[in-house]
Ligand binder design. Structure first.
Ligand SMILES: Cc1cc2nc3c(=O)[nH]c(=O)nc-3n(C[C@H](O)[C@H](O)[C@H](O)COP(=O)(O)OP(=O)(O)OC[C@H]3O[C@@H](n4cnc5c(N)ncnc54)[C@H](O)[C@@H]3O)c2cc1C
Length: 388
């Protein structure tokens, strides 16, 4: 089979790229190893920057997000028993929307299928070849048969563990990485939100995040040992830990409810550069990972493919490769800023087991500075809403 752009992976990056290409009259085929039901049910990101919200709306896939997402004009930093509001709207004129990633996925899959898009779920044995030629190929198995797509370009949107990045010879890329000595224990809880806005809490026992997914589901996280196991954590132990970490003196209380999902994720910062080799381009988590503290992962995936779709449009309309040649540099500029912000938030809010008493005091002083300085709070808010 033949298409103009072969896309590996139906996450936010792959699906939105396919949608953006379709709007420009460019054909694509998306292949995905998981089932449609699985990708539409996997709970991950939830914070959409203003720019991401605007892009989804402008390109006709933001209707449900606008109707069902929760617009947040600020968030809170909690430490030392007190909560301090970061007024995103007041400091930057912009906001964020809390709308779960799997709902974005559902909207994008529905839009692609309604437009007759070629999406293939539950493929296996995916391999990329001939990336240094003008007709790269992607091989895969689907429904008991082997297939091959010939394309003008291949875009690897297959996340951190996909096959695309390893298809670029190690000698032609530089990988930058930091693995953090902690993870996040995440739970989904049936209950009304504890707070109208997200709460990022720093405590000597470790970080905690109070967030919501829908008016009846809370998403709560707390810092944990990345090698720990969910079976070690009874519901009572989880609630005790969360209450301790978000304890405060202003009477605010965390709502409890039925915990219906538990999981542990590791934390890493990672960038592979450049995000292109010949006719193979990388986008989203395939090229970079941020710790989730800055809420940037999905937003970066959307921003990468926005840049790439314009470059591909320029190629097909004008025959110009200029945008394709600058894609990696342009995308990486934003990626590195988001890497910095995610590292900064992670370092400021988590407890490092090997920190000296002096370093712990510095961490607390840093938080005090942020909530007492309009300039520092503005810088944090600008990064959080993606106002750059
Ligand atoms: C717990 C958690 C919380 C997060 N919170 C936030 C947040 O608040 N805000 C935010 O912006 N980001 C957040 N993120 C990050 C965000 O979820 C990711 O950055 C985002 O999913 C990246 O999108 P992607 O399309 O690049 O990759 P993915 O979403 O990983 O999609 C890749 C797809 O490729 C498929 N695939 C893999 N290998 C192959 C193959 N060989 N062939 C075909 N298909 C393949 C996978 O099945 C997957 O569907 C969070 C992540 C986690 C884990």
């Amino acid at each position: 089979m033949r298409t103009q752009v072969a896309i590996i992976g139906a996450g936010p990056a792959g699906l939105f790229l396919s949608h953006l290409l379709h709007l420009q009259g460019i054909e694509s085929t998306v292949i995905e190893i998981r089932s449609r039901a699985d990708i539409e049910a996997t709970i991950r990101a939830g914070v959409l920057e203003q720019g991401t919200m605007d892009l989804l709306t402008e390109t006709g896939v933001g209707e449900r997000m606008r109707a069902e997402g929760a617009l947040h004009h600020g968030f809170e930093l909690a430490f030392g028993g007190r909560r301090h509001r970061i007024d995103l709207q007041g400091l930057t004129g912009k906001s964020i929307t809390v709308y779960p990633q799997h709902e974005v996925i559902k909207d994008l899959v529905a839009a692609r299928l309604a437009a007759g898009g070629d999406l293939r779920f539950e493929v296996s044995n995916v391999a990329v070849d001939r990336i240094d030629s003008s007709n790269p190929i992607v091989r895969f198995d689907h429904q008991g048969a082997s297939h091959q797509i010939e394309a003008d370009f291949v875009v690897g949107c297959d996340g951190f563990h996909g096959v695309s990045r390893p298809a670029i010879p190690a000698s032609l890329r530089e990988d930058y990485q930091r693995i953090y000595p902690f993870g996040w224990f995440g739970i989904l809880v049936e209950s009304a939100p504890s707070s109208d806005e997200l709460i990022y809490a720093q405590h000597d026992r470790g970080f905690a995040l109070i967030s919501t997914r829908t008016p009846t589901v809370q998403r709560l996280y707390f810092q944990c040992d990345p090698t720990d196991h969910v079976d070690n954590w009874s519901d009572d132990r989880i609630w005790n830990e969360l209450h301790t970490r978000v304890e405060n003196t202003d009477g605010w209380r965390l709502n409890e409810g039925k915990i219906f999902q538990k999981g542990i994720i590791g934390m890493r910062s990672f960038v592979s550069a450049p995000m292109r080799c010949g006719r193979l381009f990388l986008a989203g988590d395939a090229a970079h990972i941020v710790p989730p503290t800055g809420a940037k992962g999905m937003n970066l995936a959307i921003s990468d493919v926005n840049i790439l779709s314009k470059a591909l449009g320029q190629f097909y309309r004008q025959g110009s490769e200029q945008g394709l040649d600058t894609y990696s540099d342009e995308a990486l500029k934003r990626v590195w800023r988001a890497e910095y912000f995610s590292w900064y938030m992670t370092s400021m809010l988590h407890t490092f087991a090997d920190a000296t008493p002096f370093e712990r005091q510095m961490q607390r002083a840093q938080l005090d500075n942020v909530v007492n300085s309009r300039a520092l709070a503005t810088a944090l808010a600008e990064n959080y809403v993606g106002a750059f």
